[in-house]
Design a protein around this ligand. Structure first.
Ligand SMILES: NC(=O)c1ccc[n+]([C@@H]2O[C@H](COP(=O)([O-])OP(=O)(O)OC[C@H]3O[C@@H](n4cnc5c(N)ncnc54)[C@H](O)[C@@H]3O)[C@@H](O)[C@H]2O)c1
Length: 357
């Protein structure tokens, strides 16, 4: 069976060590769910896929790469400070880009231009709309398979939720609620992708939003921190989404009932007319591993991935449309978004990964 050579760029938490992070403060059903949902990091997800050989890594921090090497059997000779040199020397077919969004576009575009066939890029896709546009162009022109790490698109619980919506048994989808939208780049990037998926990637007509700390955070065209944002998203097919800053969870409200997911997919409920029902059983799997398997399938067959660079661009556009609406005092901003020059540019050091569980 053919295997693909993979490399990780950005070997910190999401790149390699998030699997070690403590989950002890959560209720047992949540920890149980999360434990069964591992692997989570890119490296652990590559490791779990028998069709992938994880052969190299790149990070600016040599001590982080040394730990990566110990854990994932990547020798020192294949640990690179310069990802360009790594791509030239190692010629991987699959690359993961688990840096922060400020460094995403440069790395993805260089990889797409230098022979990489498939890219697993973390969310948020990019630090600006110009960078997101350039990524779409480079990825498509080079025929690269692409998935963004918005994990719920590959989560079997949300697959089941979408299956019920699409079956029409609850009537037509009318409203989507994001209960805890959170910070736009870090958390809402997940939420926006999820509502796009639940609404079958229908185009968005307009958004209207408010960022509680937006006036402090947005400085001309520079976005100095990752701002939280709440607002409305009107889809062109009539479905409306409301993004709140309340608590974790999502709800899809249809004409004759609703489906709610609480506690990050650990608990689910269906309301049919005025009756509450339990959610159907489904097999819980690792969404990270599913993202990698999807890329392998696309490489094998030439078919598209479930995500793709256009879908990634669509959720990124919502992040920037929220900020643009805030700057216009909550005015409706029409999509496709035009002329946004905002750029996320934080002054922050990378976080210290947890090397041991
Ligand atoms: N999908 C999820 O559930 C999930 C969870 C956590 C984090 N994330 C995302 O993953 C990304 C990374 O998050 P993190 O917490 O691991 O970040 P981090 O800041 O801890 O790590 C980023 C790493 O990238 C490295 N880096 C920066 N520039 C580089 C370059 N040019 N070449 C090679 N390495 C470079 C840094 O040295 C650092 O080790 C973020 O975009 C974050 O939003 C996603």
């Amino acid at each position: 069976m053919q295997t693909y050579r993979a490399a990780v760029i950005g070997c910190s938490r999401m790149g390699a060590f998030i699997d070690n992070e403590g989950i002890g403060h959560l209720a047992s059903e949540v920890t149980d769910y999360l434990a069964r949902n591992f692997p989570k990091s890119h490296a652990a997800s590559f490791f779990a896929e028998e069709r992938i050989d994880l052969i190299a890594c790149s990070d600016l921090r040599t001590e982080v790469m040394a730990e990566f090497g110990n854990r994932y059997n990547v020798p020192k000779a294949r640990q690179y400070i310069d990802y360009r040199e790594m791509l030239e020397q190692e010629q991987p077919e699959v690359v993961s880009v688990a840096t922060q969004p400020e460094q995403r576009a440069e790395v993805v575009i260089h990889a797409a231009e230098h022979g990489v066939k498939a890219i697993y890029a973390e969310k948020a896709m990019a630090a600006s709309m110009d960078e997101a546009d350039a990524m779409v162009e480079a990825v498509e022109r080079n025929g690269v398979k692409f998935n963004l790490g918005t994990n719920r698109r590959w989560d079997t619980g949300f697959d089941k939720m979408k299956e019920i919506i699409d079956s029409g048994e609850l009537g037509a989808l009318r409203t989507l609620i994001i209960y805890g939208n959170g910070s736009l780049f870090n958390t809402a990037s997940h939420n926006f992708d999820l509502i796009l998926r639940l609404n079958s990637d229908a185009p968005v007509a307009w958004v209207a939003a408010h960022l509680p700390d937006g006036d402090k955070i947005i400085d001309g065209n520079l976005v100095r921190e990752d701002p939280s944002g709440q607002g409305m998203i009107q889809f062109s097919n009539g479905v409306i989404a409301h993004a709140l800053l309340a608590q974790l969870g999502w709800e899809a409200i249809c004409e004759k009932g609703s489906i709610t997911s609480f506690r990050d997919g650990a608990m689910w409920q269906i309301r049919r007319q005025n009756r509450l029902e339990s959610f159907p059983r489904f097999e819980r799997t690792s969404s990270g591993a599913n993202i990698v398997t999807d890329l392998v399938h696309a490489l094998d067959t030439g078919e598209s991935t479930r995500g793709g660079v256009r879908v990634a661009h669509a959720s990124t556009e919502l992040i920037f449309a929220f900020m643009e609406s805030h700057l216009r005092n909550g005015e409706r901003v029409d999509l496709p978004l035009k002329g946004s020059k905002l750029r996320l540019q934080r002054d922050r050091a990378p976080r210290q990964p947890k090397f041991k569980p």
